[in-house]
Design a protein around this ligand. Structure first.
Ligand code: GDP
Ligand code: MG
Length: 657
């Protein structure tokens, strides 16, 4: 079955195009590095063809891990049958640098110039026929985001693998060309991509040098091969550009917005204000009303409007189970285990959906990517850079992609610090806990949700500050460069897709792992062990209470030495949503929760659970990215130790106020 690889620079719209061509829902973003692993999908128009979304790269000389993935996918193993090279038309010169290298790989290449809509707005004129002639391969223009001409591209793809391999562009001077031929002739006979290897040898590419080590000396008669190759490529690209692209020079609307939003003094306050607004709307006000409607209405005492009262699900189920004469323990399982635990969690879905929507809006209009820029200034004081923002932002959704995204950070110290700290930010699974405690213990105060994010951010910066001082990390820094996408109105279709995708995956998880955990918690709480499982007289007699009491003293100095809190914390390591379902099963309702925790103890409990080591899924992501057991243990110990001290501080100070 033919495979087509989708290759291009970071941020040129590959994932957007991939989603349009395959109908899948990968996360797109305005940053380099959103796609750090290759993803596969089938073309809608030709399901027999697999499309491979590769991480974006600027060249085929790998520096960071994700560049390595792309190069490996194109060169070794099961190579693709053709390459679809997506090019950001608004940055044609820089993008063509990769194109010239892709043409050397001996595969059929189709170049698609993206951002047609931006080119048009700027008044740029691109001569596709001339570009195609200059590159020696077919060229089309599309707007992946607007879906413009994507159908024509989709129609051209099925035939692509059968086309002749692209010819390497004639971009080098006569002298360099002669040297290249000489090197090609000396390469071992089993090497097929002779032009590619010859060029890489001239560039002094370490991986190619390594691969050819010990296989005969190859003499290269050229000084400064690296600089020459690069220089001649750029000259060639400049010639192509002059022939094919006439700039209209019109300014994009919205350039003035940046002078405000990115202003040295205003940028951070504006960001803080916007984030506050997002959480105010989605967690405190509108989201809270909707969630109360679901949590306390549908999954609680019922809904009444216009003088009509509908009973809630618990009452309905209780009546049904009664009518069916279901045994008492079964009733308890459905009402307490299922509706008690799951209902508490599902009640928070509206809040999360609204939050996703707000963030997708800020992302889609181009604001969020600028924040990396704004935060760069702040982060530098703590030994991080703007690059650390992407892992953090993704971690507010889920820690796993956050940890993976740290791959885009070239600096090894910063990468490790990001992996260790990005899960300090509340992920969407911890959000229900934040909202639950805010509602039950703080009467829904507006500051609780933002404070959870501030607390996470503070923990990240303080950890970075401390960790940098440890001499265990490799030292050194790298400059942070990023180009800013144009502002635009987000498309409703994309917002909907992003929100639907995230909500659906939350619900899927709730219906599987979390449902099972809730039932397990209910079961263990309601039985005791006396030579066999026996029904416990009450929750405090149950097996879980027993286990909880054993670990509870460990948490006593933090203000929540009750066994229920200990159990909830432990279930959180399976999945953080479990904390809320466990509290739902063990306490039954907000009022008994409020009776068990003082505000200070509740906040200490929140802080500990926000900061302590993440769920097993994220732990295994840490293990994979650190590629070392020692580093993984260090990360988990740091997180949990940090959480313990922070919660201790909160309780010791809070309880004395
Ligand atoms: P990738 O890094 O190459 O996978 O790029 P993405 O697919 O994540 O897209 C990067 C950003 O460019 C996203 O914010 C997209 O919405 C935006 N984008 C992609 N294609 C177009 C396009 O044709 N026009 C415009 N205006 N924006 C686009
Ligand atoms: Mg991508």
């Amino acid at each position: 079955m033919p495979t087509i690889a989708l290759a291009g620079n970071p941020n040129c719209g590959k994932t957007t195009l991939f989603n349009a061509l395959t109908g899948s829902n990968q996360f797109t973003g305005n940053w380099p590095g959103v796609t750090v692993e290759k993803k596969e999908g089938r073309l809608i128009r030709a399901p027999e063809i697999t499309l491979l979304d590769l991480p974006g790269v600027y060249s085929l000389s790998p520096f960071s891990p994700e560049e390595h993935i792309t190069r490996e996918a194109l060169l070794h193993g099961r190579r693709p049958d053709a390459i679809l090279n997506l090019v950001d038309g608004s940055n044609l010169e820089r993008n063509l640098c990769l194109t010239l290298q892709l043409l050397e790989l001996g595969l059929p290449v189709l170049v698609a110039v993206n951002f047609l809509d931006v080119l048009r707005k700027r008044g740029d004129a691109l001569d596709l026929a001339a570009l195609s002639a200059a590159l020696g391969c077919p060229v089309v223009a599309v707007s992946a985001l607007r879906g413009e001409r994507v159908a024509a591209l989709a129609a051209a793809l099925p035939g692509l693998p059968r086309q002749a391999p692209a010819m390497p562009a004639r971009c080098f001077s006569r002298e360099t060309e002669a040297v290249l031929r000489g090197v090609e002739a000396q390469l071992p006979p089993n090497i097929h991509l002779r032009r590619f290897y010859a060029v890489k040898l001239l560039e002094g590419d370490p991986l190619v040098l390594q691969a050819l080590a010990g296989r005969g000396d190859i003499s290269i008669r050229l000084e400064d091969g690296d600089a020459r190759i690069a220089g001649e490529r750029y000259d060639h690209i400049e010639r192509i550009r002059a022939r094919c692209l006439r700039r209209g020079g019109r300014k994009l609307p919205g350039a003035w917005i940046d002078s405000v939003l990115l202003n040295r003094w205003l940028a951070l306050p504006i960001f803080a204000l916007l984030m506050f607004l997002v959480y105010y709307i989605s967690v405190s006000t509108l989201g809270k009303w909707l969630s109360d409607f679901v949590g306390e209405g549908i999954f609680g005492g019922g809904v009444s409007a216009f003088g009509v009262t509908l009973p809630g699900l618990p009452a309905l189920f209780a009546a049904l189970l009664e009518r069916w004469r279901v045994s008492a323990w079964m009733q308890s399982m459905v009402l307490e285990g299922l509706l008690g635990g799951m209902g508490t969690l599902l009640g928070f879905v509206p809040q999360m959906t609204l939050l996703y929507l707000c963030l997708a809006f800020l992302e889609g209009c181009g604001y969020l990517s600028r924040i990396a820029f704004v935060l760069d200034r702040l982060f530098r004081r703590f030994g991080l850079s703007g690059r650390a923002f992407l892992p953090m932002l993704l971690a507010t959704g889920c820690g796993v992609p956050g940890i993976l995204a740290a791959r885009t950070i070239e600096n090894e110290r910063e990468r490790r610090i990001s992996i260790i700290t990005c899960t300090f930010l509340p992920c969407s699974a911890k959000l229900p806990l934040v909202a639950l405690l805010a509602g039950a213990l703080f009467r829904g105060a507006w500051w609780v949700a933002p404070s959870a994010y501030l607390c996470g951010m503070g923990a990240i910066l303080f950890s970075a500050f401390l960790l940098r001082r440890l001499k265990i990390f490799p030292q050194g820094g790298a400059p942070f460069v990023m180009e800013l996408p144009p502002y635009q109105m987000p498309l409703a279709r994309n917002l909907w897709r992003s929100v639907r995708e995230r909500t659906a995956s939350f619900l899927k998880k709730a219906g599987t792992v979390i449902l099972l955990s809730a039932l397990l918690v209910w079961f263990l709480a309601n039985v005791k062990w006396e030579g066999g499982f026996r029904a416990a007289a009450g929750l405090s007699e149950g097996l879980l209470a027993d286990l909880g009491r054993r670990v509870a003293p460990f948490f006593a100095p933090l203000g929540f030495g009750n066994w229920e809190a200990a159990v909830a914390t432990f279930t959180g390591w399976i999945a953080k949503e479990n904390i809320v379902t466990a509290l739902g099963v063990l306490y039954g309702g907000e009022s008994s929760l409020a009776a068990a925790f003082s505000p200070a103890a509740g906040y200490a409990f929140l802080v500990f659970n926000l900061l302590c080591s993440p769920c097993v899924a994220a732990m295994s992501a840490i293990r994979r990215e650190m590629a070392s057991r020692r580093w993984t243990l260090f990360a988990l110990a740091w997180q949990t130790g940090f959480a313990y001290l922070a919660a201790l501080l909160v309780w010791q100070i809070g309880s004395r106020l």
